[in-house]
Design a protein around this ligand. Structure first.
Ligand code: PBG
Length: 323
């Protein structure tokens, strides 16, 4: 008889033959910075996540570092929005100031999310021409945003706009300014997903009309994701990302197979909100579910996992629940 249970007999042997190893080093925590003072406002659909002003971020960063999480990704919520999202590339914009503050005070790796939807009055991820986002104008702005974040001290930039050609545009501008060593993590396979709902409410970035389907990917497609990855790698991306994570793990696996560079998976706001609300009702075990979701992303092939549960997962690793 095949005795598959032999290697499941106790924790020592189970851990010895474990196929997927998870480390805190692979976790990135997203944060929402809002312009203003003394703001620490819980996001209704994302209990435990906050929109915060810079003066209120210390405890969050300290807790992350204490837990062993070494990287954050920043989103900005400006006071002023306009047609061209000018606060996104302003020297003293909310994200630039947050980057500066964190880098001056903490030994944590800071990644800037590069997009326009939180900064434009119309909520789209770029500059409009009629009712659609104009690709070639937008990528000039995207590169400008990336440069301003790097000048403020960002360790890495992560374009999430899904315009064509933005990775090479960013690479060229960073290189021309002496930042050839700053890596680009591209949201390569970013789907037009309903899982971003809570984020858009949190960042006040829902499109005022239409949707994002002319730039984000159709959820029915996977070969198109590989095309996006090939293009971004050719343009100079250092890391490629698949987003969302949980419903797109087949994409993570495929992307991992076809590329030699690290693959990130982003467990997005809707995934977090679903777990939180089910747990609140007592329907699921939050800790076990968050662990299982994280493990599944790494098992699928992710090298890096971006998650609102970063701190809690780090604690689960300490407790030996996963690892
Ligand atoms: C900006 C951006 C979004 C997310 C990350 N960057 C929203 C969107 O594309 O509408 C979503 C993150 C999340 O849901 O957790 N373009």
């Amino acid at each position: 008889m095949f005795r598959n249970r032999r290697l499941r007999a106790n924790a020592i042997i189970r851990n010895m033959v474990r196929e997927t190893r998870i480390s805190k080093d692979s976790l990135i925590y997203p944060m929402f910075f809002e312009e203003g003072e003394n703001i620490f406002e819980e996001i209704e659909s994302m209990p435990g996540q906050y929109r915060m002003s810079i003066d209120r971020c210390d405890s969050v960063i300290k807790e992350l570092l204490d837990a062993g999480v070494g990287a954050v990704m920043l989103f900005g919520i400006p006071k002023h929005k306009d047609e061209v999202g000018s606060e996104a590339y302003h020297d003293h914009g909310i994200v630039q100031e947050a980057i500066r503050y964190i880098k001056e005070n903490y030994p944590i790796y800071v990644i800037g999310d590069v997009c326009m939807c939180e900064y434009t009055s119309h909520g789209h991820c770029g500059i409009l021409k009629g009712y659609d986002v104009d690709n070639d104008t937008t990528i000039k702005y995207i590169a400008k945003i990336a440069l301003s974040q790097v000048e403020a001290g960002a360790d890495m930039v992560a374009p999430s706009d899904m315009m064509d050609g933005r990775v090479s545009e960013i690479r060229e501008l960073l290189d021309a300014n002496g930042y050839e060593n700053i890596p680009i993590m591209s949201y390569s396979a970013k789907y037009a997903s309903a899982f971003y709902g809570p984020f858009r409410a949190a960042a006040d970035s829902a499109p005022a009309f239409g949707d994002r389907k002319t730039y984000q990917m159709d959820v029915h497609n996977i070969r198109e994701a590989l095309k996006e990855v090939y293009d971004d790698v050719a343009e100079g991306a250092d890391i490629v990302m698949v987003k969302p994570a949980m419903s797109f793990l087949d994409v993570v696996t495929k992307v991992k197979e076809i590329t030699d560079i690290p693959v990130a998976a982003y467990s997005v706001s809707g995934e977090y909100a679903m777990v939180k609300s089910a747990a609140k009702n007592g329907f699921i075990d939050e800790e076990k579910i968050m662990c299982e979701m994280a493990v599944s992303a790494f098992r699928a092939g992710a090298d890096i996992y971006i998650t609102y549960y970063a701190k809690e997962l780090a604690k689960c690793i300490d407790k030996g629940l996963i690892g």
